[in-house]
Design a protein around this ligand. Structure first.
Ligand code: URA
Ligand code: SF4
Length: 281
């Protein structure tokens, strides 16, 4: 799938989440199902175009057609107006509302093996959100992200930036522990990501720091190596996303710590934070 189409899909998925945040719960189709539907419509569109000999003139035109053929108009007002009466409007949706939903979630197989859901922690108005991969054993036990060994290192990283854990927000791609600390499966991430997208919409941070390959790849919808993704800012729906190494990786490969510190310094510069190590002597 080309990058422009992928971006269009994600923008539409975010729009859908925004509508939900504003109380249009009747739009709560599964994000994954909806994406699948969009994909199959694109396929049909492509083959129809090929057969008819009519060539789409560039990505933008094709995307417009995809939207109109899928019935998902970019003009969301029009779409909402044609829907059944709206559910009570919850323009003031909070993280707590999303947390309650997550606590009962059974959308993927990870629900069966979890002890606790691990929603997220920190300042609901944070300018910076760290996004990890998924809970480990300790997080599953306590219901809080990054409280095990990797969490201790993340705390040190946050402190080294001149911040406190309570100044930032910390969440994961999946809210339930993948057994044996395996990577979340694509379908598990796909089912869970809408919660994270809604969290990000509510918090509206300026910066996101993705920790590790699983986080960066899911957020940026790429299969690129973390070594290629890290160290620079990527656009993520109007927020700036910096990818860096996962603290667990840094525990196993301490030689990569200077590179991770370089990444964090990029964030500090953006946030107007002084590098404490520079003023020490
Ligand atoms: N690793 C993660 O990615 N997230 C956690 O919450 C803990 C460890
Ligand atoms: Fe639901 Fe996410 Fe847990 Fe799966 S991982 S059951 S989608 S909260």
């Amino acid at each position: 799938m080309n990058a422009a189409y992928s971006r269009a899909l994600r923008a539409l998925a975010l729009r859908l989440e925004t509508l939900k945040i504003h109380g249009h719960d009747q739009l709560s189709v599964s994000c994954a199902d909806w994406k699948e539907d969009m994909r199959s419509k694109l396929k049909k569109l492509k083959s129809a175009t090929a057969q008819g000999g009519a060539r789409a003139q560039g990505g933008a035109t094709a995307q417009k057609r995809i939207r109109s053929q899928s019935g998902v108009n970019t003009n969301t007002k029009e779409k909402v107006a044609s829907l059944p009466p709206a559910a009570p409007v919850k323009a003031d949706l909070t993280l707590e509302d999303i947390r309650v939903e997550v606590a009962d979630c059974q959308k993927c197989a990870l629900a069966k093996t979890r002890t606790n859901t691990v929603f997220g922690v920190g300042d609901p108005k944070a300018r910076l959100v760290f996004v990890g991969e998924g809970p480990g054993a300790e997080e599953d036990k306590q219901g809080e992200p990054f409280v095990g060994r990797a969490g201790k290192l993340l705390n040190d990283m946050i402190t080294a930036m001149g911040l406190k854990r309570s100044d930032v927000y910390i969440a994961n791609i999946v809210k339930c522990r993948p057994p044996g600390n395996r990577d979340p499966l694509p379908e598990e991430s796909a089912q869970c990501m809408p919660y994270l997208l809604r969290q990000l919409k509510v918090i509206a941070p300026d910066y996101i720091c993705s920790l590790g390959a699983v986080s960066a790849r899911n957020l940026l919808e790429t299969t690129e190596a973390i070594g290629k993704l890290r160290g620079r800012f990527h656009d993520f729906e109007g927020m700036e996303l910096l990818a860096t190494y996962h603290p667990s990786y840094l525990l196993r490969n301490p030689g990569a710590k200077p590179e991770a510190w370089k990444d964090l310094r990029l964030l500090m510069k953006k946030l107007g934070l002084k590098d404490p190590r520079k003023n020490n002597g």
